[in-house]
Design a protein around this ligand. Structure first.
Ligand code: PMP
Length: 431
């Protein structure tokens, strides 16, 4: 495609879409096709997808099992809405409940992660009779008024905090500890503050939202000891724990749910993204005890949509049958070891972190200041060389690697070799 044709499409976008709709890249490819871990643009140029549409395509693109489930259901009945009795949503609920880290779970289906997190708030309010909500700084929980207020990343908040009963506590972000502590010797000042923020809240807190790995915050994994304190805090303060596993669920981190890494038993778990196999699907899973008070009514037009539910069943079955969570753990180790090699070679990479196939590399200057411009340049160069990589972080300076769980080690090698040669060419090697 010529430069002029790309500009024409960008012009159409500018004329038709509200300007908040943003995309990666100065010179973005127009993606038209996908197959396994590969994406193709309008010119037939091939890309290795190392981002999975932001942790959606766990089985890659157009997986035969998902395609077949979608086509078969779409040829029979697409939509009725949840006020009519249908079975695909029950089949999917059964599968989700069987793997979710919630005791005797019950499910509410909707169409997105934001909607799932909204529903979690209603469940918490109804169950506790309290109205306040707490979340962590550096978090992302959605794009609705409430979930944007829960979100801690300024970049996404658009200077708005529409729901004033939401409070935030410092995140356990060890590379940039808000209290200047070192992880090994720290006394978990962030956990102390978290408990203080909840205890002193003007509006008593019904629930605390956390991402097990702060995804958009830059793949930040809290230390194990923080999770131990977290369990004590929610028990002492009598707040429900909402685990937002929208990005981390279904094997991404090397376990079916990231909560399992820390023996965490949330009261409510929200999921979306990967569960729809590329179709819009969100769900919230609540323990029987929390669920029972929410007698509604509440409906979501597309909640339990037949086609999305059938796609979801195919995704969960395939992840389990092909042991993709276990494979994500092994391949994730390999990806991490290659990133750590690059960190030793390039001082620009200040930190490498993550779980399973959810890895981040934080790009920094000599004084550890974020390098968002270089992150953009590297992202653009990777794309030009045929690799789609993500970007996140408060400072938008963290490269994100979340390939489909079916990725081969050979493909991981190719992506890491490309990153190595780009950083070398750009002169970031040790002098
Ligand atoms: N929670 C997390 C952790 C997310 O990353 C996102 C979106 N990136 C959401 C919630 C919101 O999901 P959705 O865009 O499906 O509403």
């Amino acid at each position: 495609m010529t430069f002029k044709q790309t500009q024409e499409i960008l012009d159409r976008k500018r004329n038709l879409l509200i300007p908040c709709v943003y995309h990666f890249y100065r010179n973005p490819p127009v993606l038209v096709e996908g197959d396994g871990c590969r994406l193709y643009d309008r010119d037939g140029k091939e890309y290795l997808d190392m981002f999975s549409g932001v942790s959606v395509n766990h089985l890659g693109h157009c997986h035969p099992a998902v395609k077949e489930a979608i086509v078969r259901q779409a040829s029979t009945l697409c939509h009725t809405t949840s006020i009519y009795l249908t079975e695909p949503m029950l089949d999917l609920a059964e599968k989700i409940v069987a793997v979710a880290p919630v005791d005797r779970g019950k499910v509410f289906f909707c169409a997105s992660g934001s909607e799932a997190n909204e529903t979690a708030a209603f469940l918490s309010w109804k169950h506790t009779g309290k109205k306040g909500l707490a979340a962590l700084e550096n978090s992302l929980h959605g794009n609705t008024a409430l979930t944007l207020s829960l979100t801690g990343i300024g970049f996404w908040k658009n200077d708005l905090d529409p729901v004033e009963t939401v409070i935030h506590a410092p995140a356990p972000y060890c590379y940039r500890c808000p209290f200047g502590k070192e992880e090994k010797s720290c006394d978990l000042e962030c956990a102390l503050q978290l408990e203080g923020v909840i205890a002193d809240a003007r509006e008593p807190v019904a629930a605390l939202y956390i991402e097990i790995v702060q995804a958009n915050g830059g793949i930040v994994v809290p230390p194990e000891k923080w999770f131990e304190r977290l369990k004590q805090i929610v028990a002492r303060q009598r707040v429900l724990l909402v685990a937002d596993e929208v990005q981390t669920a279904l094997g991404r981190t090397g376990r079916m749910f990231a909560s399992e890494h820390f023996d965490l038993k949330p009261d409510i778990v929200s999921v979306a993204k990967s569960f729809g196999g590329g179709l819009p699907l969100g769900a919230v899973v609540a323990s029987d005890e929390v669920a029972e008070k929410f007698t509604g009514p509440r409906a979501s037009t597309f909640g339990g949509n037949l086609v999305a539910a059938r796609a979801g069943c195919a995704v969960v079955d395939t992840v389990l049958e092909e042991r993709l969570a276990q494979k994500a753990a092994t391949k994730g180790q390999f990806l991490k070891s290659r990133l750590l090699e690059l960190k030793r070679k390039y001082p620009l990479i200040g930190d490498v972190r993550g779980l399973g196939l959810m890895m981040g590399a934080e790009l920094v200057g000599q004084d550890k200041s974020p390098e968002p411009q270089i992150a953009d340049d590297v992202l653009e160069a990777m794309k030009d060389d045929g690799f789609i990589v993500g970007k996140a972080g408060q400072g938008r300076n963290v490269l994100v690697f979340m390939p489909p769980l079916i990725v081969s080690t050979n493909d991981i090698e190719l992506a890491m070799d490309a990153l190595d040669s780009i950083l070398e060419k750009k002169g970031f090697g040790k002098s």
